[in-house]
Design a protein around this ligand. Structure first.
Ligand code: ZN
Ligand code: ZN
Length: 697
């Protein structure tokens, strides 16, 4: 027998078969992976083939990694990879174990993670650098400081060598979770440093407010600086509010890239210096990316220039830059402020059409917008459709229900919060208590208020006392409200007193009203609204002397009342009207319409109630002033410019006055239109001559 044949043939054929199978399976897996419409059962078939053919060698490590990552992208759990590992004839390779440990971290499953990790340790394998980095990164993202610290100890005990990459991850972990002292120690003790770790330290120092130290490190990094080092310094200075320093670094930077521009623009936007931001934005030309656009849009929203934000979005689209989830969050907030429901609906449709990821942030933005626009149904749909909900989503939904007058539903939702294991916080109770207030649920509100400390261990803060004062006040229990104000452990602020004052006005209690106003003026002498309240209170009592004193001190202190401003959306454009403002291009037509509307109102039994207007304006003038209240101009414009039957939505910055409130009721009847006004305090859904607030707001 030929010894050569005996020795070589069998071994050659078995390895070549294994390689052939592995290669075939690899190409098969790649094909399955590319075609997303394939379902997981095809992966399982390939998995079975690997097990049957027993082709476990070094090339199958690659194959298994492929398999794991494709299970991941096809939404399979870690169960199958574990099954695979357990069925291997000999202990799997360290790379495989590391893959599977990382797989469990990415799947957010801690029990799987500890199971895989312990199994790996039992097989005498240690985590490699990639796995260490993944674990630390996860700790940062879920703010698990303690876990990360014990992991660090565990690594020291195992005497695992941290290479420079793992050390950088560790430094990043400590600095991002606030332990800058430890981060610095790690940095100082590092035997060698590279540009990445230097930049990580720069960023850590900057984020923790050690700008001087950051600058020192930056200066001594010479000549080893890359564009990232410069950008970190620009951000450091921007975040500390020292924008001139940031700009000087930006101007000196010879490695300027799109990130530098974005950081500088962001710095200007955060300070509200939109002109400077826009100037840089325009200079960027075609080098802008989606981050640049998002930064500008967010800047306009933050500066409350909502229309500019939307205009910016249109420009972004016309330049064919793809909007992201971040863009949507900013725009939804703009729509909420403007009362632009059509635009908001369009954005929601866009999000669905483009398959944007509705995570807790975007979900919360949608819930918040729909609640603020009075579309509670849609907000609830979004809320129930969310796969993961955090406390912010619950809080928005509970507050949204309450603000729209669905107090009972808010209470029910609060109940299911506990059963789903979410612990309420102070904000939850603000929403809940104010919801009880808006729906007249006095005893329920009182119960929740006492449960706060007793059951949930939350000490009521000033906002909660405010809600309770408001709740009593709305229900006409003015003595109870005043009692609470006098006995609360914190000093009442303007918001608490203001809500009591409004209650005094609604329930025509001048005695308590006067007391409260005096205290309010002591607290905040520059709030014009308080003077107007006081002055009107005196006027209603015919105490003209006091009215004059009041007005004089207003003039002396240079106090000005915030002008009323209302906006209404029409064909995706938001029109803003300020009280007595005649600057709208169609003002002549609007004015003519207002005159006709006034006549119609009078025919239908409307009489101007001038009780809330400062007394020295003559009666006729009073009427003129009232008819130009911003929400009236907005509604008139809405009526004349939109098709019959279309709901008109107005957002107003101040509380709507009694007079406009009665006018709106009549308008909703005679023009057969639903009119929704969101004022500073709540929603008014006017329909068929009555309002959802039952004249109580
Ligand atoms: Zn008014
Ligand atoms: Zn109302």
């Amino acid at each position: 027998m030929d010894p050569f044949r005996r020795r070589s043939l069998p071994s050659l054929s078995s390895s070549s078969i294994a390689i052939a199978i592995a290669e075939n399976l690899t190409s098969l897996i790649i094909r399955v992976g590319k075609n997303r419409s394939n379902n997981i059962s095809q992966l399982k078939q390939i998995h079975a083939q690997i097990l049957i053919n027993g082709c476990i060698n070094s090339s199958t490590t690659l194959l298994t990694n492929f398999l794991i990552s494709h299970y991941r992208s096809h939404g399979g759990g870690p169960h199958f990879p574990l099954l695979f590992l357990q069925s291997l004839p000999k202990p799997a390779e360290p790379l495989l174990w590391n893959s599977i440990v990382r797989f469990s971290i990415d799947s957010d499953n801690w029990s799987d993670f500890s199971c895989f990790y312990n199994a790996m340790r039992l097989n005498h394998f240690a985590p490699n650098t990639t796995t260490i980095c993944s674990i630390l990164k996860k700790c940062v993202s879920i703010a698990a400081l303690q876990f990360g610290e014990s992991f660090h100890c565990h690594m020291i005990k195992l005497a695992t060598l941290f290479d420079i990459v793992a050390q950088t991850a560790l430094l990043d972990f400590y600095s991002k979770l606030g332990n800058i002292t430890f981060a610095r120690r790690l940095f100082d003790e590092m035997p060698e440093r590279d540009i990445v770790v230097n930049n990580a330290m720069l960023s850590a120092l900057g984020k923790n407010g050690f700008i001087g130290d950051a600058q020192n490190l930056f200066d001594n990094m010479m000549p080893q600086k890359n564009s990232c080092s410069w950008n970190v310094m620009i951000s450091c200075y921007c975040k500390s509010g020292r924008i001139e320093y940031a700009r000087s670094i930006f101007d000196r930077c010879h490695l300027r890239d799109v990130v530098s521009w974005n950081a500088m623009i962001d710095g200007y936007c955060k300070l509200g210096w939109l002109t400077n931001a826009q100037e840089l934005f325009d200079r960027m030309g075609t080098s802008k990316n989606f981050v640049t656009w998002n930064t500008m849009i967010a800047g306009f929203v933050q500066a409350r220039q909502f229309n500019r934000a939307i205009q910016m979005f249109r420009e972004m689209q016309s330049e064919r830059v793809k909007p992201t989830e971040v863009t949507m969050v900013s725009l939804l907030s703009a729509c909420a402020h403007l009362g632009a429901l059509d635009m908001g609906d369009w954005l929601y449709a866009y999000i669905k059409r483009k398959n944007l990821r509705v995570d807790v942030v975007l979900g919360n933005a949608l819930i918040d917008m729909y609640c603020k626009l009075g579309s509670v149904e849609t907000a609830l749909d979004v809320f129930h459709g969310l796969r993961v909900r955090n406390i912010f989503c619950w809080n928005s939904m509970i507050a949204g229900l309450g603000m729209n007058g669905f107090g009972k539903q808010a209470v029910t939702l609060f109940g299911s919060m506990g059963s789903q294991g979410v612990k309420p916080d102070g904000v939850t109770f603000v929403g809940l208590l104010s919801g009880c207030g808006h729906s007249g649920l006095v005893s329920t509100g009182k119960n929740f208020f006492s449960q706060m400390d007793d059951v949930y261990g939350l000490k009521p803060a000033i906002e909660h006392y405010g809600c309770m004062v408001d709740l009593f006040g709305r229900a006409g229990l003015l003595d109870e409200a005043l009692d609470l104000v006098k006995n609360m452990p914190v000093k009442p602020n303007a918001i608490v007193l203001g809500s009591l004052l409004r209650a005094c006005q609604v329930h025509k209690n001048t005695e308590i009203g006067e007391q409260v106003t005096r205290r309010l003026l002591e607290l905040n002498p520059s709030d014009g609204g308080n003077y107007v309240f006081l002055s009107n209170l005196y006027a209603s009592l015919n105490r003209w002397e006091d009215v004059n004193v009041c007005r004089k001190s207003m003039a002396e202190k240079g106090v000005q009342k915030t002008p009323g401003c209302s906006s209404v959306e029409l064909n995706n454009t938001v029109h803003e009207f300020v009280a007595g403002d005649f600057s709208h291009p169609q003002f002549l037509q609007i004015n003519a319409f207002i005159d006709v509307m006034e006549k119609e109102l009078k025919v239908n039994g409307y009489e101007a109630d001038t009780g809330l207007v400062l007394h020295d304006i003559e009666n006729e003038e009073k009427e003129t002033a009232i008819k130009y209240h911003s929400e009236r101009i907005a509604v008139a414009f809405g009526l004349m410019s939109s098709p019959a039957g279309k709901t008109i939505r107005v957002v107003k910055n101040l509380r709507t006055c009694n007079d406009c409130h009665s006018a709106m009721k009549i308008i909703s009847r005679i023009y057969e239109r639903e009119v929704i006004v969101r004022d500073r305090h709540r929603f008014h859904h006017f329909k068929n001559g009555s309002c959802s607030c039952n004249d109580y707001w």
